[in-house]
Design a protein around this ligand. Sequence first.
Ligand code: NAD
Length: 283
Amino acid sequence: MQIKDVAVLGSGIMGHGIAEVAAIAGYKVNLYDLNDDILSKAIVRIKDSLSRLEKSGKIKEGQGTEVIGNIRCYTDIKSAVSNVDLVIEAVPEVLQLKMDIFRQLDQLCSPHTILTTNTSGLSITLIGSKTARRDKIIGTHFFNPVVIMRLVEIICGMETSPETLKTIEEFCRSIGKDTVVCKKDRHGFITTRLIAAQRVEAFRILEEGIATIEDIDKAVRLAFNHPMGPFELADFNGVDTGLRVLEDLQAVYGDRYRPPQFLKHMVECNYLGRKAGKGFYQY
Ligand code: NAD
C-alpha cells in the first residue's frame, strides 16, 4: 500500500514536528487539535523551524512556503481523518484518551487506513484494542525534535500484519528517518526503558544529595557525549510526559522505575519544563 495523505492528531511538541517532516517529504498533512489557538501556535513553530532549515540550506530557499501549503489544520476529527491513508496519533500520554481516539478513528477512517501511535511506552495492542483493524495498528515512536532526530522506533502490536510493518517502514524511509523494529509489544520498547533507567538514577543521585542538577547534567554531557543531561532532557521533553512514562513503567516493571515524589509535585505546580517556561531550569 502506498501512503499519500496523512493525518496527525495533536499538534504539540511531537505532533507539529511529525506534521512538518511529513509535509517536507511532500505528503498532504491534516493536522488536528482541540482548538484554533493551539493549531496557530503549532503553525508558527513549524514556520520558524522551516525558516531555520532554509537558512541552513537543509531545504531550498522558498521551499518553506510550499511545505506549509501541504498542511491543513482541523478542529473536527471526522474531516481530518476520513480521507487519509495513515493517521499518526500524538496526543498526551494517557492510555484511556488514546484508546478512545483509536475507537473513534476505527469508525471514521476508511477501512484501508493504518493507525499509528507515537506513545512513548504504552502498549500498542491495548491502545488499538477497541478497533476492528488490529492488523493495521502499529507504534511509530518519533524523537524530539522530530525534524532533527533520525530514528523512528517501530513497535508491532500483537496482531500487526507484515504488510502494515512494511508500509510503515517505507513511509519512515520516505520522510528521511531510519528505523528499528520492536518485534514484541512491551511497555517502554527499547529507547524509553533505557532513557528512563538513566533518569530515575539521576533523580536518586539528586535526592541522595550527591551532586547538583547542573553537575549531574554536566557529567552526562561531558562523560558520555550526550547532547543533554537527564534534567535538561526531562525539561525538553515535558516533565508531565516524563512522569506519566515512569508511572506506566513502574506499573509494569516495578519500583526500579519509581518516579520520585518531587516529580509529581512539580507537575501539580505546573513546572512542566520548557513548554511552561520552568521545570528543573528556568526558561
Ligand atoms: P504535548 O503536550 O506537547 O502535545 C499534546 C497535544 O495533544 C496538545 O497540543 C494538546 O492540545 C493535544 N490534545 C490533547 N487532547 C487531545 C485530543 N483529545 N485530541 C486531539 N489533540 C489533543 O505532548 P507531546 O510531548 O507532543 O506528546 C505527545 C505524545 O508523544 C505522547 O504520547 C508522548 O508520550 C509522546 N512522545 C513525546 C516525546 C517528547 O519528547 N515530548 C517524545 C516521544 C514521544
